[in-house]
Ligand binder design. Structure first.
Ligand code: HAM
Length: 436
């Protein structure tokens, strides 16, 4: 009996080579690595430090943090119970980071905590292009600052990441959501306005009208957008302090020459936001156009048990959508590096010598490859090519006797004789010359 298992729908494997899955290119592990490295580089330049939190968290934390009524909590959680405790695979990383901040008293380190993360998240959404059930986010949380510069700097960091990849076909939308009291008044007004149109709304919006009318503002349906054209506007309900903060955020964005569209209809799918909210979109991404999103969450800490307010702001972005945007921009990802040196062997004695030498040279820091299958010389050289090795060396009886071998530069075909004890230096010097 043969069993063939497949990865779970909405997930994907990252393989040594890129491949296409349902029309979407899945980047190679080397490309993921390179992209993550660039993200880390941008983060370090912006003086951020990395935080890593567990993949699963108490359900209560996530539900209280993100909000019971949100789509994420009400229908998209991968949750499980074990020995009476409820866990959830994290659907996002902001609530976990705040939990960690509070638990470890990170405020005692002094100043504002500027943290970044890269890691998998889980949401039981309907999979489609750019939307997965296991996806990867990178993001930033700036914890302990209510100054509008923190908002503008967070947005600037987000923009810098996309700039580092040459992704510039993007639109930044910003809004202020105000504080909860203002929002509650607005929600009432919105509900009152929409109720007469209830029969004209989609099923999703009708459900949202009862539970979470703010989300109706997100609608992509033309006829709903028409209805909303004359709806009350959140900005009119926002209290003066938030409004003033918003003006400052815009001033700081202007100072950094960051373009934005003000969008009074922008709301976010998570309940913890206060004041500033923003989203970065790309028209190249199709239906799932949000590259990244974020905002201020000044009340989250207290929502999950803090006695003190901890004003904070952050953003998170989908790695998979970043890859799509890089592809759409026509930008190449860095090629994976091949081995410095490939050893081919002829005969048993040479195989033993190569086996030991490869191990030794790896210990000395070279990236060395060889054949583990005892194949013909021709196949071994083909393998050296496939692996994109810079040099190849063939070792047989003659070479062992002479204590030297021809080292072949694979790209040019040039060959030079090198004594065995000079191999490491030769490869190092030559590759250093090329890099200069
Ligand atoms: P979010 O808007 O829910 O915000 O997610 C951020 C980004 O994650 C989205 O813009 C999108 O690129 C990506 N994303 C979300 N769901 C999926 C999915 N199913 N498949 C692929 N990509 C997805 C948050 O998660 C907040 N924690 C952001 C934040 C950080 N706010 C403050 N700090």
């Amino acid at each position: 009996m043969s069993t063939s298992f497949q990865n779970i729908k909405g997930t994907f494997d990252i393989l040594p080579d890129a491949y296409t899955d349902g029309g979407t290119r899945i980047a190679s592990s080397a490309e993921w690595h390179a992209v993550e490295e660039t993200i880390r580089d941008v983060m370090h330049r912006h003086n951020l430090e990395e935080i890593r939190t567990p993949i699963f968290e108490p359900t209560e934390l996530v539900a209280r943090g993100i909000g019971q009524m949100t789509d994420i909590v009400s229908k998209e959680m991968f949750a499980f119970e074990r020995s009476g405790t409820n866990y959830v695979l994290r659907p996002e990383i902001t609530a976990p980071v705040m939990r960690s901040f509070l638990q470890h008293h990170l405020e005692q380190r002094g100043g504002v905590q500027k943290l970044f993360y890269i890691g998998p998240c889980f949401r039981a959404e309907q999979p489609q292009k750019g939307r997965y059930r296991q996806f990867h986010q990178f993001g930033v949380e700036v914890i302990g600052a209510d100054d509008a510069r923190a908002d503008a700097e967070t947005i600037a960091i987000m923009m810098s990441v996309y700039r580092a990849f040459g992704v510039d076909n993007t639109t930044l939308r910003i809004n202020t959501l105000g504080m909860p009291e203002a929002r509650a008044k607005f929600v009432n007004a919105l509900r009152e306005y929409l109720e007469p149109y209830e029969d004209d709304l989609s099923e999703t919006s009708r459900r949202r009208l009862a539970k979470n009318p703010l989300r109706i503002l997100d609608t992509k349906l033309d006829y709903e957008q028409e209805i909303l054209a004359d709806a009350p506007v959140l900005t009119e309900f926002v209290e003066d302090e938030s409004r003033e903060h918003y003006v400052q955020v815009k001033t700081y964005l202007d100072e950094l020459d960051i373009d934005y569209d003000e969008d009074p209809l922008l709301v976010r799918g998570l309940d913890y936001y206060t004041r500033t909210a923003f989203e970065l979109e790309s028209p190249d991404l199709g239906a799932q156009s949000a590259l990244a999103g974020g905002g201020r969450y000044d009340l989250l800490a207290e929502e999950i048990g803090s006695k003190q307010p901890v004003p904070s702001i952050g953003f998170a972005a989908g790695m998979e959508r970043l890859f799509l945007a890089i592809e759409a921009a026509g930008n190449d990802l860095p090629e994976p590096e091949g081995a410095d040196l490939f050893f081919a062997s002829l005969g048993e004695e040479a195989e033993h010598w190569v086996f030991q030498t490869v191990h030794r040279l790896r210990g000395e820091g070279l990236h060395v490859a060889h054949d583990l299958k005892g194949r013909s010389l021709k196949s071994q050289m083909k393998e050296a090519n496939r692996q994109n090795a810079t040099y190849a060396i063939i070792i047989g009886g003659n070479e062992l006797e002479a204590g030297a071998a021809q080292i072949k530069h694979m790209a040019s075909g040039e060959q030079v004789e090198v004594p065995f004890d000079r191999i490491v230096d030769y490869v190092r010097d030559e590759t250093a010359n090329v890099e200069e």
